[in-house]
Design a protein around this ligand. Sequence first.
Ligand code: SF4
Length: 711
Amino acid sequence: MTSNRTLHTTCAYCGVGCGIQAVVTDAATRQIHIQGDRNHPANFGRLCSKGAALAETLTLHGRLLNPEINGETVSWDAALDLAAETLSATAREHGPESVAFYLSGQLLTEDYYVANKLMKGFIGSANVDTNSRLCMSSSVAGHKRAFGADVVPGCYEDLEQADLIILTGSNTAWCHPILYQRIKAAKQQRPQMKVVVIDPRRTATCDIADLHLPLQPGSDAWLFNGLLAYLARLGALDYEYLEQHTEGFGVAIKAARAAETADIPSVARHCGLKEGEVAAFYDWFRKTPKTVTAYSQGVNQSSSGSDKVNAIINCHLATGRIGQPGMGPLSLTGQPNAMGGREVGGLANQLAAHMDFTSDNVERVGRFWNATRMASQPGLKAVDLFDAVADGRIKAIWIMGTNPVVSMPDADKVAQALSRCENVIISDCIRRTDTTEYANILLPALGWGEKDGTVTNSERRISRQRALLTPPGHAKPDWWIISAVAQRMGFGAAFNYRNSRDIFIEHAALSGFENTPEQTLRAFDISALEILTDAEYDALEPIQWPVNAATPQGAARLFQDGGYYSPSRKALLSPITPQPPRGKLDENYSFALNTGRIRDQWHTMTRTALAPQLNAHISEPYCDMHPQDAERLGFEQNDLVRIRSRHGVMIARAHITDEQAPGQLFVPMHWTAQYSAVGRVGALVNPVTDPYSGQPESKHTPVALERFEAA
Ligand code: SF4
């Protein structure tokens, strides 16, 4: 590579999916200069602190650069042979269900596609799940229930065109910073725009809030059920839209009118809010057609997350506020390619191209792939999958680009499970994570800035990630590693890819394969892109799916004239019976622990901890607590405290703040045994899950809070 090349790529971090203009100033020493891509529709030149620091994270320090078997450096041939033999022999001796893949929202769509194809089409199991299960699977379940498919109806531009923005379960300022900046800029230009923040904590996002509703954790569905009942009471529904484009209103409104949501005092009591706050929110919603409700992990990470999503969507469907500029529900995905993973079946309960496991779909995909052993039913979702590793049902697992020993709930159990599993294959770009220590086989993968492919952001926009630097050491693209293993397992013809473009066009072709209205209604369709040449794929501009004959330039919004993806082409309102968090507080575990991100770190810090300026923001694990709780327990600011749940324990620095409600704690999710000797919060988190989505309740674990006395 020559110096001073300029390339356009996409950020490595959150689901906003910002475009980056990168200038390679010295390829030999991996020096690049980064700035926001002014032409990228996600960010128009802006970057947040994490994106702006990406150049500082390109060091080779700590990189996995060679294949290893049991800690010894080996050749690629030796590592691939053993990985293939391990998977083949395990499936042969114990059945396909004894093998599993655990993927990551950091993988590119092409990597995800090939992994999913190998497992579901050739090994014959659907035990392929992803860390995206932990962040957005409740939105997937909610979308499918309401729209008949997992689709986001609107786009980021709606946030600038709305007159009312409701941010619920989202510290947008820290977790989706560029969307926050776009909202803030729009609000400055149009002061009539109102922002409501619904969050038990008073976060940085509240800086732009006209109204902050600090509701009781887990009470979101009561609030939105109450809103639906309120709108019906005041005749503020769009009955024409309901009649023409929806089903299920009768049962949904009946559920919404239950005693606890029948009137504003009941809602306020149940949600722990003031009646005036609830009344103002409901009144603004009623009077503001252009309303966007953006939601994220505070809604999704719940044992009833799917119901909360549907309670929100019900209000938009009942008022016809969907599919038009400046209005609609908007799920904010956490990871850079959580959406791309969903497109290719990265979730154990989806097949590919958003197809479910119906017998028709299984047959069709199997035929398209020339699959030798097609999985016919959904596999295990993340928590169940690692439970199956723990009890020995899964005997070989391949983990790609993620760190479940930190990020999974009940994370100590995950560590124990991997320590007992005899066949742990890990492909990653980092040599030492809390998870890689359990690997028998380590496979070096390319990292951001080296790999090449596509990602999809929260508004369905497909963007290219491009290679800026030459591959270091012996590291290879994830799709290459998976294909090489597949070929050694005897599936060569189906995995004979030259590059990521070959995979992308196969993926695009599958999205439109036999997709006629008579046969099926497939939401994810990018079949117009299946003819891209190498050069066209390389030059692909950001585009929002669907990209097909009807919308060859992509589509900013869906459902402008109804036309949902259910058999009746109507959207479905669901009857929601709100449920409290499954983890109950008691005298031994009397605090509700909430977990989440901070502004300047990403996931388990394997990349962001390499940037000194990002570490300067917050340098160690902390525990937010209310002054009343601190005083009652005798804690001073910065004391070390022990947080204990039924599952695990960690130490953190007390941070006493009235931004936290009494009885509730907040601990960031990022620190690992690598960066702190005091434990990781995932070990505390209750592994209960939503029955539809399988998403864990990472926002509400009963814990005890104690003084830490050093031994
Ligand atoms: Fe990257 Fe997200 Fe920041 Fe954009 S908002 S620069 S995608 S971390």
